[in-house]
Design a protein around this ligand. Structure first.
Ligand SMILES: Nc1ncnc2c1ncn2[C@@H]1O[C@H](COP(=O)(O)OP(=O)(O)O)[C@@H](O)[C@H]1O
Ligand SMILES: [Mg+2]
Length: 324
């Protein structure tokens, strides 16, 4: 084996340059094949394929805090990187929404099969709806289901911090989608997608939006792109057709409230019989986030007052407080 290729192999490992690592490995296999060492060449090729598969499927080693080399470090100013902590099972979703998300995950997991038929999996989503109803959580859950990290892009931060340079920064993010498969969440997307801007240079916002539209159209990476907004009415209409799927997150109805309350309290006993129906009626209008917080407050109260059952009265109160 050529010393140069082995050196390159070791160097690329040290620099966490996966692409060069595999290309050096393939060169070594090819060199063996040329020398007539068919068996070892085949063995190497099989090892490389397996390693590649492992890297892409279990893409993310939870213990590894991504090694970021030079260009990626620049990226760190623009995004927050998280290891997803939840999956779709942690969420309360109505049937239609659940089916939509299951389909997306399935297409993503079986992307290779689809590609053989010249089809691509869905991967550009626009999530809309009031706060606290699961948009950010969905992005995290998709990453969790696929075993990839979630990169949260702070568009408003980019625009205020990098005045005049936002487009270059946006380009960096889209470039990264090719190199690092992840869920890229453009949270609070209305900061560029909207007609209404407060206190920002309108010209800059328009340029960033245009640049986003061009970039998302051109993008054919393996990453998932999610834009989320609380203000769908204000979104520029040109945006809608750039996404594979537009999903609306409603406030929970009674059924949703009952489900989340049940989920949150399933490991506890109540101090009296609970009529979920009544509790749900009293909570109508709250979002999932309020209900989670109110229930956690009641659970914390139970723990700190050394009770061993959850007080229905306290929970009713903490829920009620969220309505005001
Ligand atoms: N559909 C849901 N199922 C379960 N919990 C939810 C749901 N939606 C929101 N939550 C809870 O509320 C919190 C905030 O939700 P989030 O996804 O950030 O809302 P959004 O992005 O729509 O404003 C989540 O961390 C989770 O605890
Ligand atoms: Mg959110």
């Amino acid at each position: 084996m050529a010393a140069e290729q082995i050196k390159s192999l070791i160097k690329s490992f040290g620099e966490d340059d996966e692409e060069r690592f595999f290309s050096s490995a393939i060169q070594i296999a090819a060199a063996e094949a040329r020398k007539g060492h068919v068996n070892i060449a085949q063995e190497l090729k099989a090892l490389i394929d397996k390693a590649k598969q492992n890297r892409s499927h279990h893409a993310f080693d939870k213990s590894a805090t991504v090694h970021l080399s030079q260009p990626k470090r620049e990226l760190l100013e623009l995004i927050d990187i998280f290891q997803p902590q939840s999956t779709l099972k942690d969420m309360v979703l109505d049937l239609e929404l659940k089916q939509t998300l299951d389909q997306l995950i399935n297409e993503q997991k079986k992307a290779e099969i689809l590609r053989q038929y010249n089809l691509s999996p869905q991967r550009k989503l626009l999530l809309m709806g009031p706060p606290g109803c699961g948009k950010t959580m969905t992005a995290e859950a998709i990453a969790g289901e696929l075993g990839i990290p979630i990169f949260i892009v702070r568009l408003d931060g980019i625009m205020s911090k990098f005045m005049g340079e936002s487009i270059v920064k946006l380009r960096l993010i889209f470039d990264s989608m090719v190199n690092q498969r992840a869920v890229y969440l453009f949270d609070e997307f209305d900061s560029i997608g909207s007609h209404r801007h407060l206190g920002q240079d309108v010209g800059e916002v328009k340029r960033v939006l245009n640049s986003f539209l061009i970039n998302i159209e051109k993008d054919n990476s393996n990453s998932i792109i999610i834009a989320a907004t609380n203000l769908p009415e204000s979104l520029d209409k040109a945006l809608f057709r750039r996404f594979d799927e537009i999903i609306t997150y409603p406030r929970p109805d009674k059924k949703g409230i009952k489900k989340i309350l049940k989920k949150l309290t399933q490991n506890y006993h109540f101090d009296q019989e609970v009529n979920l129906e009544t509790l749900a009626d009293a909570s109508l209008g709250l979002n999932y986030s309020d209900i989670v917080k109110a229930t956690e407050e009641a659970i914390k109260y139970m723990i700190l007052s050394s009770e061993n059952s959850l007080s229905l009265e306290v929970l009713t109160k903490t829920l009620h407080k969220k309505k005001i």
